[in-house]
Design a binder for this molecule. Structure first.
Ligand code: HEM
Length: 184
């Protein structure tokens, strides 16, 4: 055996060099972390809160105030253009402490139309003084809400009677109630 062959390290010796030992330790640690996180993700994902039962009801301005997210069930409603939406799924926006909590339990039409984060405080705001651009803006918000949230019912003008909604009624039918047309 030549001298150079005798001094060249074997594969085992190569593997056991301090640098390789450190690298092997890092790889083992990372593999352990990946396996552990895969396992934990099955176990520790917080269950999403149970969806509240669907609410179908026409309400007055006074009634809708009871749904600002501070009640035990945490439901949040707001109204746009006379339509009440259940915005509970957007609680991070409208719930207590959220950036748009001023709209919770309120008629948000004027605020959304004019760019003010404030719900109407009056008994009923007919918004008849809004300009065309503001009316358009409110309409666009209404479309967004229609696409994203469930409709609860109509915001009642003073003296208006609530509709009664049955469980099997479709959204379409509810929207076309004759009384709604009468009141316009
Ligand atoms: C500097 C101004 C503003 C900024 C940077 C801003 C930003 C945002 C952002 C990032 C979101 C979340 C969007 C998402 O995750 O889907 C949001 C949502 C929202 N913003 Fe603003 N916003 C501003 C002004 C306003 C104003 C003036 C109003 C109304 C008066 C408004 C009404 C809303 C509403 C209602 C939502 C929630 C929509 C939903 O339920 O999906 N924002 N905003």
């Amino acid at each position: 055996m030549s001298e150079s062959e005798a001094s060249s390290p074997t594969i085992w010796e190569e593997l056991m060099s301090p640098l390789n030992l450190v690298l092997i330790a890092i790889i083992v640690y990372l593999v352990y972390k990946i396996i552990k996180s895969n396992f934990e993700s099955d176990v520790t994902v917080a269950p999403s809160p149970p969806r509240l039962p669907k609410l179908r009801k026409d309400m007055t301005v006074a009634e809708i105030k009871n749904y600002d997210g501070t009640q035990p069930d945490g439901r949040v409603l707001l109204a746009v253009n006379g339509i009440i939406f259940d915005v509970t799924p957007g609680k991070r926006f409208y719930g207590p402490g959220g950036p748009y909590s001023a709209f919770a339990g309120k008629d948000a039409t004027r605020g959304l139309a004019t760019g003010q984060v404030a719900g109407s405080e009056t008994e009923y705001d007919d918004c008849s003084d809004l300009g065309p651009d503001e009316v358009e803006s409110a309409k666009e918000w209404e479309e967004q809400f229609r696409a994203k949230y469930d409709i609860v019912g109509r915001l009642l003008k003073p003296g208006e009677q609530p509709n009664t909604y049955s469980d099997d009624e479709s959204e379409e039918k509810k929207e076309e109630k004759p009384e709604e047309k009468k009141s316009q």
